[in-house]
Design a protein. Structure first.
Lengths: 455, 139, 455, 139
């Protein structure tokens, strides 16, 4: 049984994990950089250790200091959260080599799914539909051009080791392919130290649908239904919901079953997500697998009641899944808005500073996962996500209405933020009908910009 | 400076929105300050440290832990400690060890001086940047 | 259809009702006293009207000003919340006479249930078990003495028009009966302008169990299961939970059915609560009916998912109940702590002042209904309840654990409060086992006081 | 440095939006500082009213609505208004009506004076305590 867990992260996800640990009677150790001395996760944990300078690479990515802290504090497990070291297989292996439990999947799966080409191949073999495109790294610019022509433009060119919206180019024609190929290859080398590229057909009006998976170390895999994460700006999710309004029962059944097949194919043994693209004809294709807890997990928790983080900890602790597929039911609808310190009127420029006044909404069917408090100083070194606001309702429209009034109540003063943007979105008719695709957010932001003088 | 004026100054300050006030003339100097209170509880834990630094700074410079690990004053349990309070030390001299990932890291003096205080505790963890040894530099 | 609703209340319940109205697309009018100019409910409503001086009788009980405000603003309905005018039948009749909708039951039921002797008689006739005691007002001290002797001490002497913990005496023997009778009669006259008294057998180790009722104007009545409100200090509830841990399925079925019978007997047509006492042999007796929304309604909302306030508004708006008894299921367990500005170390002395810092807990399964914000000044004129913290879990123990860590996160600086008291209670073994009765809180407070030097 | 000047300095500082103030001349040096007002937005709505009262007070006394209701300047739509700006009025004279629960309540002057301003709007609601008519008292 895990007795003490070090949380190798910061912000609202560190707070989320600390809360889960407290409920389970697990002691918590927070880590922090010199810039995060008064961050909320530090104050909520039982113990805390400073692991380095403000810059992530010196602190939240400082594997030596993090492991030393875990060992010196007597922690027996490490939860990586998301981002930072969450999908770093070498870190996971080191954690295990130190005799600690890594709260996440087996490092081999992280490796396998981290390389997007290997992931595509694995899924293809398992019979899970993948997006038309390369099955191995593109050898040369000439070969790539041929491949692109045979798939048909537009295509999307990606770094095999990429992720999180980085190392991606949309390609419209031969010319832009020739221009982009070597640039992206160099970028991939710089960012990920791996210059392998591959391509996929680009679906312009597609839905981003992902299925939440729970698995244990005894071969049990269940799904918690799907999320609709099509609201994206530059491949970054902003608003998520569960379930996906568009799906028929039959397609829901098929996509969730495909996700379970995918997870079983890689002997998945933790909490994870299978991401799919769904085209206008409701055909879906495997995109990638996230081998970690995700930002948007609360919408699934809201509609199923299942505590995903607790299950992740239990699975890592060699416990069997305590629920069966038939126990999981969809109850209503949930929406999440990521509250970020970015100025939506100014091209989402990040904003830092002191939260002079913070007031969170409350009441029925409202959940806040936040790392903020009145007087907190947002440091300029990390991600701009400050909080997540999640609402639910019997119906999708009720969840939207709840979100509207929760956003009206939400006050974050001192930094620019996207509260107003989210609020406006909750009245956009495309959003309200739920018939939006991955293209929508960009168009909507453009439209808002054009209407700005009249707003 | 009579008490009456002082009384008045206090009154003005209390009524005002100011959190700091300083007045200096030929004869006297007054300084008033109040803490801004609203999130006291949340940030209070960092305060003792600040005060401490202010007090101790004049006496020397703290050697701070450059990494997280276990602090040791000696190379092995039976050895003599590297340093003791009051001792003169030379630049480059080993002051202590910090063990991290089973590697012993020697922490060395970066100036000549005298050991004023040892705050690291033998066998206990030190955080990054934690003050471990206070050295008064020799000039 | 109700278009605009005036909320004749303040504090967290006003905020709660405003939120429900917003979700339903109903415009809201807040009322406030001169002391409540910057209260949260005023800021959240679409409009607000000052209705009088700080003292409740000049503002929140100022029927003329409240009705004028409703008419002048074009409101078509008034929600009274709880306390103040919520169980004032004359007010309800005036609201209706003004052509407005009173969001509550028919005034005749308020009257009938407001007189506790009539309520007992009505229930007795309907076959609902009532506590052994008087069936009509006690005519004289001599007759009362005889009655008390035949019931057997201890008994409880009550004002027929009483409520909210006022106009009540516990009587141990003949002597204390003779001492108390005339004093209480005078008190009843002063407080309620009605000196009728009655008596009931006093059950020392009893559970206070109440059943939430939903009804409409078409004769439909359903229950939302029970709450355990046995945690009371001086007849004031402090911590509530749902469901009641102690009940077997059979008893639960019986008590809920009795509540439905009770509601049908009085042709109840709104949201209400039937309160029962349950003795050590699990026999239950009707105590009284609350013809209003209650403070503790959120625990029932947490386990059933049903929005009680919305149903109350719909029923007043002549809509049929949208759910059936078979749709209502208990899902897990929920606990509520009333956060009050009282000093538990000092005999729960009320405390007023400025909230210098306010930080509410968040995360999964946590609900906050609060009227607080950083910088808010608590006025000395009203109830000391500042906020309600509600947590839920799959099991009662999980709800308790969630409550513990939520209380750890909760910061209210500037006024004395009972956060620590609630926190300590969550570790008390009698509370944790759930085997506590109405006697428990008083003993526990005494015990804490004795242990105080060592705390 | 005399207290009078100090008083004035505090007043200027309090009214200003400055968070820091320093003044130095041959004889003395003053320094004032304040923390940022953290809940400005929430309480700001009440501020204009305060400012307004301060400005208008010197010119007279506001008659405030003693009850909630509909404000009328005349007894019926065809009648002449009870008063107009600039008019002299006598104690006890009817100034306006407030209709509440279908009852017309006459609001009367409590002193002799001159009408300086009428803020209530014909046919619109007035809140409790709302300023409706400004009277400059005759002395």
């Amino acid at each position: 049984m895990i007795q003490k867990c070090l949380i190798a992260n910061r912000g609202e996800i560190a707070v989320r994990i600390i809360r889960a640990c407290k409920d389970m009677g697990i002691k918590t150790v927070a880590i922090y950089s010199t810039a995060d001395k008064s961050a909320l996760h530090v104050q909520l944990a039982d113990e805390s250790v400073c692991v380095g300078e403000a810059n992530s690479k010196d602190s939240y990515l400082n594997i030596n200091n993090i492991l030393s802290a875990a060992l010196a504090c007597g922690a027996d497990a490490i939860h990586p959260g998301f981002g930072f070291l969450a999908e770093n297989a070498s870190f996971a292996r080191l954690v295990i080599a130190c005799g600690l439990i890594f709260i996440g999947p087996h490092p081999d799966v992280i490796d396998l799914m981290g390389n997007k080409i290997n992931a595509r191949n694995t899924m293809h073999k398992a019979g899970v539909p993948i997006i038309p495109g390369s099955l191995e790294p593109i050898k040369s610019i000439e070969e790539g051009l041929k491949q692109a022509q045979s798939i048909g433009y537009p295509i999307i060119l990606k770094a095999a080791a990429g992720g999180g919206g980085k190392g991606i180019r949309m390609i419209e024609d031969d010319e832009s392919f020739l221009q982009a190929f070597n640039v992206l290859r160099q970028e991939a080398k710089n960012y990920f130290n791996d210059d392998s590229l591959y391509m996929e057909k680009l679906f312009v009006n597609a839905k981003h649908i992902e299925v939440q998976i729970l698995a244990d170390q005894f071969g049990h895999v269940i799904h918690l239904f799907e999320r609709d994460c099509s609201f994206q700006r530059r491949h970054q999710k902003m608003i998520e919901e569960a379930p996906c309004h568009w799906l028929t029962q039959e397609i829901r059944q098929n996509i969730c079953q495909a996700a379970v097949t995918a997870a079983k194919a890689v002997k998945y043994d933790s909490v994870g997500t299978i991401e799919f693209l769904m085209d206008e004809e409701s055909k879906f294709y495997f995109m990638e697998m996230n081998t970690r807890i995700q930002v948007e997990h609360p919408v699934t928790e809201m509609i199923t009641g299942v505590d995903i983080v607790k299950h992740m900890i239990r699975s890592a602790d060699k416990q069997k899944l305590s629920i069966k597929q038939k126990d999981v039911k969809i109850n209503g609808h949930a929406i999440e808005c990521r509250i970020i310190s970015e100025d939506y009127r100014n091209d989402f420029k990040p904003s830092v500073g002191r939260i002079n006044f913070y007031h969170a909404p409350g009441g029925k069917d409202v959940r806040i996962d936040s790392a903020l408090y009145s007087g907190y100083e947002i440091p300029p070194f990390y991600d701009s996500m400050m909080a997540k606001l999640i609402t639910s309702g019997n119906t999708r429209l009720n969840a939207i209405k709840r979100m509207r009034s929760a956003l009206e109540e939400f006050i974050v003063e001192g930094v620019e933020n996207n509260l107003e943007f989210c609020y406006l979105t909750m009245f956009n008719s495309n959003f309200v009908t739920g018939r939006y695709t991955t293209q929508f957010a960009n168009d909507w932001i453009k439209e808002l910009k054009e209407r700005e003088p009249t707003l | 400076m009579d008490i009456k004026s002082l009384e008045k100054i206090f009154e003005l300050f209390n009524k005002s929105q100011a959190t700091e006030f300083e007045l200096e003339d030929e004869n006297f100097k007054v300084k008033l300050k109040r803490e801004y209170e609203f999130n006291q509880s949340v940030v209070s834990e960092t305060k003792p440290r600040v005060v401490h630094e202010e007090i101790s700074k004049p006496n020397g410079n703290w050697v701070k832990a450059p990494l997280v690990g276990t602090f040791y004053t000696k190379s092995n349990p039976d050895a003599k400690p590297y340093i003791s309070v009051g001792q003169s030390i030379k630049k480059g001299q080993v002051l202590c060890l910090i063990e991290a990932m089973k590697v012993m890291n020697e922490i060395k003096a970066d100036c000549n001086g005298v050991v004023k205080e040892i705050k690291g505790i033998d066998g206990k963890m030190v955080e990054f940047n934690q003050e471990i040894i206070l050295i008064e530099e020799e000039v």
